[in-house]
Write a protein that binds this ligand. Structure first.
Ligand SMILES: Cc1ncc(COP(=O)(O)O)c(C=O)c1O
Length: 383
């Protein structure tokens, strides 16, 4: 089967061949399959060495100490640990600040915490779709607010939030700052010290690493405030117990190294691909873009055509694999909470789609994808 052109890299990425090769020996009988917690023999030592090497390696990439990295099953778990970990001491009711554009992994944690009696403020983005420091400053309640959680790059829009400024504000006000970096780690510079980050969430499958693995960075000073959400064998300083998935961890670390070594070149390449795409589709009737024109990661682009339903466009444009960012429930397709959070009308939101470019997207792919969109839009409009 001739598969469509993959333009959904924000949803997930394929594992890089070099990453896969690094992972394989950690799964086989002849390789280092041991349990990193087995301290009495060489099988355990080998696995432990690989896990610690990976820990040091990802820590270095974000200017953290290895003892501040905790392996998780992905960014969802990291987000849960960051927020529930701080708030699950149910004796004291606390105040948390987040934005209405966060991933569901954050928003659903917040709903849960609200049901536990904690108070949450959802900051609205400005008209361009980014969260401003001023809005955060307005809702911080000194002495009561414990955490601000604002994502780095938005997964539907690609918009970049000013995490460095928000981090400085939080530091000044004595509030912890968490950022969901699932869409930015490896793609944009992250320096936990310079950007005053206390916690960040990362996922392996957004950077050409395996699914089912991620990590949370928790600064040393923040660690004592975190209540584990799992209880078990004491691994990861008991903050996140469970046998470590050595092959996944090695894969994540290798993927992160590859991202880092090509970060700037790749960013420029993605910018060129986005410009080429825009050049080809922006003259079509009804074109609009929801992504920020400047504070934007070029690998994720949200756009649409007025009067053309996004789902209809997706079905008709069968030669490309993109997404709408809409969530289906059993009765109806709901417009994405991110687009509604931007203040877009239902119709505008329903007309929007997300194309995301990545390591294996070529200029030829972009030209062919734009051609497909042009053909379909012209046909739908003529109907
Ligand atoms: C911003 C953001 N946060 C969290 C997640 C969840 O990550 P994971 O699939 O690793 O649980 C995603 C993935 O879609 C994401 O884009």
């Amino acid at each position: 089967m001739n598969r469509p052109i993959y333009l959904d890299y924000a949803a997930t990425t394929p594992i890089d061949e070099a990453v896969l090769e690094k992972m394989l020996p950690f799964m086989s009988r002849e390789g280092q399959f041991g349990n990193s917690g087995s301290s009495s023999h060489v099988y355990g030592w080998e696995a432990q060495e690989a896990v610690e090497e990976a820990r040091s390696s990802v820590a270095e990439l974000i200017n953290a100490d290895p003892s501040e990295i905790f392996w998780t099953s992905g960014a969802t778990e990291a987000d849960n640990l960051a927020l529930k970990g701080i708030y699950s001491d149910s004796q004291t009711k606390k105040h948390l600040i987040t934005s209405s554009l966060e991933h569901k992994a954050i928003l659903d944690c917040c709903s849960y915490l609200e049901r536990q009696g904690h108070q949450i403020d959802y900051v609205q983005p400005n008209k361009d779709g980014t969260v401003t420091t001023a809005e955060i400053a307005d809702v911080i309640k000194e002495g009561l607010s414990s955490v601000v959680s604002v994502m780095h790059v938005n997964n539907e829009l690609g918009n970049i939030n000013p995490i460095e400024d928000i981090g400085s504000l939080c530091k000044e006000k004595g509030v912890l700052f968490h950022t969901d970096a699932a869409q930015s780690f490896g793609k944009l510079r992250i320096d936990v010290k310079e950007q005053c980050l206390d916690m960040i969430s990362v996922s392996g499958h957004k950077i050409y690493g395996p699914k089912g693995v991620g990590f949370i960075f928790i600064s040393k000073a923040t660690q004592k405030q975190i209540m584990p959400q799992l209880h078990g064998g004491g691994q990861e300083m008991s903050i996140r117990p469970g046998t470590l998935a050595t092959h996944q961890i090695v894969g994540l670390s290798e993927a992160a190294k590859l991202m880092s070594s090509s970060q700037l070149v790749e960013l420029e390449r993605l910018q060129t691909l986005k410009s080429l795409f825009l050049e080809n589709v922006s003259n079509l009737p009804g074109f609009f873009q929801n992504s920020h024109s400047e504070a934007h990661f070029p690998g994720i682009f949200n756009f649409g055509f007025s009067g053309v339903d996004g789902e209809t466009l997706l079905l008709a444009a069968s030669r490309i694999a993109v997404s709408t960012g809409s969530a289906c429930n059993s009765e109806k397709i709901e417009a994405s909470h991110v687009l509604r959070g931007l203040g877009l009308t239902e119709d505008h939101a329903a007309s929007s789609i997300r194309a995301s470019f990545g390591r294996y997207t070529t200029a030829e792919d972009v030209k062919n994808a734009s051609r497909e969109i042009c053909t379909v839009i012209n046909r739908l409009i003529a109907e």
